[in-house]
Ligand binder design. Structure first.
Ligand SMILES: Cc1ncc(COP(=O)(O)O)c(C=O)c1O
Length: 444
């Protein structure tokens, strides 16, 4: 691990002068459509700290959007990827294959849910994995329709924009979108009209009814769902919802795809979030946490489904790059050796208690939710009306940033503060980050 002291330190205002200089260069040279949460330029990062070019050290509650679960410079990732870099950087797996790709596929078969025969295909990004899961499901079922859910997020490519629910900023002005995509309700307990206790079964019944009446189950190739919805607001579907949909998919020959790109790899306190209700998906898409920060993604699933696409139909020049594969083997090794699923559960224990106490104190916290180190608070104008409070969310995030705590927002209504610390973060940093957050609520 890079030797970055594991302590918060502010030596300039945020952003500091060197970051501001880089920001000016960035504005002149980088397309405006690529945003950044805060204009602080990174110099080094490790464990629970991101150090910027001015020497400020920020506590990391974002992990580069749930990527650096093992830290941003984990020893096993750096060691294995560096060794691979000096051996060779690329041959293209579709030209002359190499062992690392096969070893990652073997590891995925081992750690993903279910003990059936599994195969994998590797890609570069989450969106690419989701696109390929749809291709594979269509090829296997010989059907075209794809069912997705309210508040779902699956990426920024053309097909995954169509699969994504939220217009701004993901879709606005970028159409036309891919056809044969159908959106149905999701079990969002906090906002379900008849209350969270009825939400799971009622939302499942509505979803099944819409699929049956509006599409026809026999036309559906795949149902694609995040077992904990990420960008849409860290929504855990109310209990019973996922099992009901899993059952419906099985009964109707529909490929059940769990998009675990954000929730996977120990993030929620289990290897994969769908294990929480014992769901075994037919296909699972992974990326983000898979390779300790190197770009890699995968589709893993039932061998007979994965083998449905003809030879040459899947792949890409860089898919399963050997350096990224070496990084993934290092990340998976770290997760096993350090039992990072248990660390995620411990993070939940520490954070949820403090967040619940804050909810008692601060009227604008409508809901505290999530599992493991994938936690969030949803902010409202008042608890009765539950009007989303996006302004307070943005103000709180900014206050945290200024105090040296990196937090992210999300949610269809922009009113969710989400917390995704690296699973290797020290408990002192976790507590200090929560102190900063609490102070920001107090000052609001
Ligand atoms: C659930 C989910 N699916 C897909 C994606 C897209 O992944 P990528 O940004 O690597 O294309 C994301 C990214 O945030 C995600 O959270």
């Amino acid at each position: 691990m890079t030797a970055v002291p594991q302590e918060r330190r502010l030596v300039t205002a945020i952003p500091g002068p060197k970051s501001q200089e880089l920001q000016a260069r960035r504005s002149a040279a980088v397309a405006a459509g690529v945003g950044s949460v805060l204009p602080v330029f990174a110099a080094r990062a490790a464990g629970g700290i991101v150090e910027d070019v001015d020497g400020n050290r920020l506590i990391d509650f974002g992990s580069g959007i749930a990527v650096t679960s093992v830290g941003s410079s984990a020893e096993a990732v750096v060691r294995r990827a560096s060794a691979q870099l000096s051996d060779f950087t690329h041959t293209c797996f579709m030209v002359t294959p190499y062992e690392g790709y096969v070893a990652v596929a073997e590891a995925l078969a081992e750690v993903t849910p279910g003990d059936h025969a599994k195969k994998s295909a590797l890609f570069n990004s989450g969106a690419e994995a989701v696109e390929n899961a749809v291709k594979i499901a269509r090829s296997y079922t010989k059907r075209q329709a794809v069912v997705v859910f309210d508040h779902g997020y699956h990426g920024r490519t053309n097909l995954t924009m169509a699969l994504t629910a939220k217009n701004m900023p993901y879709k606005n002005g970028f159409g036309p979108f891919a056809p044969e995509i159908y959106r149905v309700p999701v079990a969002y307990g906090y906002r379900w009209p008849t209350g969270p206790e009825n939400c799971g079964p009622e939302a499942a019944a509505q979803a099944v009814d819409q699929i049956s009446k509006q599409i026809g189950a026999e036309n559906v190739a795949a149902l694609v769902i995040e077992p904990v919805l990420g960008e849409g607001g860290f929504i855990e579907p109310a209990k019973g919802f996922l099992p009901a949909l899993r059952k419906f998919a099985t009964e109707n020959g529909i490929v059940f795809v769990a998009d675990e790109i954000q929730s996977g790899f120990c993030r929620t306190g289990q290897w994969f979030a769908c294990e929480d209700e014992g769901i075994v998906p037919d296909l699972i898409t992974t990326a983000k946490g898979i390779a300790g920060g190197l770009p890699l993604a995968a589709v893993t699933g039932r061998a007979e489904i994965m083998d449905a696409a003809h030879s040459g139909g899947l792949g890409g020049t860089y898919g399963g790059n050997p350096v990224a594969c070496a990084g993934a083997l290092g990340a998976i090794e770290t997760m096993k050796e350090q039992d990072l699923a248990a660390r995620a559960r411990r993070i939940e224990e520490v954070m949820k208690g403090r967040l619940a106490a804050m909810q008692e104190k601060f009227e604008i916290i409508g809901d505290v939710r999530g599992r493991g180190a994938m936690l969030a608070v949803e902010l409202v104008e008042d608890r009765e009306g539950k009007e989303p409070n996006a302004a307070a969310t943005a103000a709180l995030a900014k206050a945290c940033h200024n105090a040296g705590l990196l937090v992210l927002t999300c949610g269809t209504y922009g009113n969710v503060l989400r917390f995704l610390p690296p699973l290797v973060i020290g408990e002192d940093l976790l507590e200090e980050g929560l102190d900063i957050l609490e102070e920001a609520f107090t000052q609001l």
